[in-house]
Design a protein around this ligand. Structure first.
Ligand code: KIV
Ligand code: ZN
Length: 391
């Protein structure tokens, strides 16, 4: 893999499905996996096989369904039983990956795991060795709650699990606690202080508790991460995970800053977003970047005038790039003459005479003041009324 290639690791089916109320059945998971394949993701984290027979079966079915190009990953705790079950679920995959790991913050060690730092490190190292002993060549290790961990300890854990055979190190900001500056510096710190880190892939895995998951993931890429873990529409535990569409389009639109590329087929983004929203029942907020209903909608007269003269006056992304056929001009009381004339013309109503047009415009404003959006049917009615009562 070249150094300017970023792997997109999709965890919609695992961390995304942990969103309250999002649960998917096996067929739905397979349908999403097929769409993720068309989208061009590099790795699909298909589930947590030991968590339930349904998740085991979903991982098995996804592994048997998608193209051999894609790595299929199963999550495990750092215990042999989990690793055995995940390895079994992954046996139909051409490229199987075990994703194992353990907490590294003192908070997690003391309250959740009830282990000392040394004990936890030994458990993690043994888990990696165990996965390797089964014949797994692609082992990703997660250092849970890295964002609140002591850095020296984190470095030691990463060095030890690399020596044990980990090929990808996931440094999650599990609680969405970090700022972009801190998260970027964490990756730079690992690359500077951990022997062997230059030979493996460092992965960003962010949660959105402070609304910074995308910014944090991008900071990690800038500092050397070459895998980003994300979900469609940013679904996931609590405030969600890094949203795939935001990271991919930021890398694409601001290649000048990030200077990396991904394999994502951006024109499949909107379709994938719709599918995940429909199957999980989780609605996409209208102002959501890239895939929200308003992401390419223009409402004020000044913006509409600009867009109609030249699209990029107010759009940094051509909607076709993400699979949306065109931008929307929303006619409302904030719209101006230019947008109204343009829409009337598209509806087949031409007004070469300015006086006639002004009458229609005045009627339009009256209607617009009484409702949020003026629809094409409203315009047809205004025009038909004005034409029949014209002096
Ligand atoms: O957020 C997190 O730390 C995780 C790990 C299990 C990878 O999802
Ligand atoms: Zn997570």
């Amino acid at each position: 893999m070249s150094n300017n290639q970023v792997q997109i690791f999709d965890t919609t089916l695992r961390d995304g499905e942990q969103s309250p109320g999002a649960s998917l059945n096996i067929d739905e998971k397979v349908e999403i996996a097929r769409q993720l394949e068309r989208l061009g993701v590099d790795i699909i984290e298909a589930g947590f096989p030991i968590s339930s027979p349904g998740d085991f079966e979903a991982v098995r079915r996804v592994a048997a369904t998608v193209s051999d190009r894609i790595t299929i990953c199963g999550l495990t705790r750092a215990v042999p039983k989990d690793i055995d079950v995940a390895w079994d679920a992954l046996k139909g995959a051409k490229r199987p990956r075990i994703h194992t790991g353990l907490g590294v913050s003192d908070n997690h060690l003391q309250h959740k795991l009830k282990k000392t730092r040394e004990q936890a490190m030994e458990i993690g190292v043994n888990a990696v060795k165990y996965a390797k002993s089964l014949g797994c060549e692609d082992i990703e290790y997660f250092t849970e709650d890295s964002g609140r961990a002591d850095k020296e300890y984190l470095y030691r854990v990463i060095e030890a699990v690399i020596k044990a055979g980990a090929t990808v190190i996931n440094i999650p900001d599990t609680t969405g606690y970090m700022s972009p500056e801190e998260y970027g510096a964490l990756f730079a710190g690992v690359l500077n202080h951990v022997p062997g880190s230059e030979n493996i892939i460092l992965s960003a895995h962010c949660h959105n508790d402070l609304g910074m998951a995308t910014a944090n993931s991008l900071a990690a890429v800038k500092a050397g991460a070459r895998q980003v873990e994300c979900t469609i529409n940013g679904i996931g535990e609590r405030a969600g995970n890094t949203s795939l569409e935001e990271v991919v389009m930021a890398l694409h639109t601001r290649r000048d800053i990030y200077q990396v590329q991904s394999n994502i087929v951006t024109t499949e983004i909107y379709k994938t977003s719709r599918l995940v929203s429909t199957l999980t029942g989780i609605l996409v907020q209208p102002n959501k970047a890239i895939v929200g209903a308003n992401a390419f909608a223009h409402s004020s007269g000044i913006h509409q005038d600009g867009i109609l003269k030249q699209r990029d006056t107010y759009e940094i992304i051509d909607p076709a790039t993400v699979g949306i056929s065109e931008s929307k001009i929303i006619l409302s009381a904030r719209s101006g003459r230019h947008a109204l004339r343009d829409r009337l013309s598209k509806l087949g109503h031409e007004f070469p005479n300015d006086t006639d047009f002004e009458r229609v415009y005045a009627r339009f404003l009256n209607v617009a003041d009484s409702k949020k959006v003026v629809y094409d049917e409203d315009l047809d009615a205004i025009v038909s009324d004005e034409t029949s009562t014209a002096p």
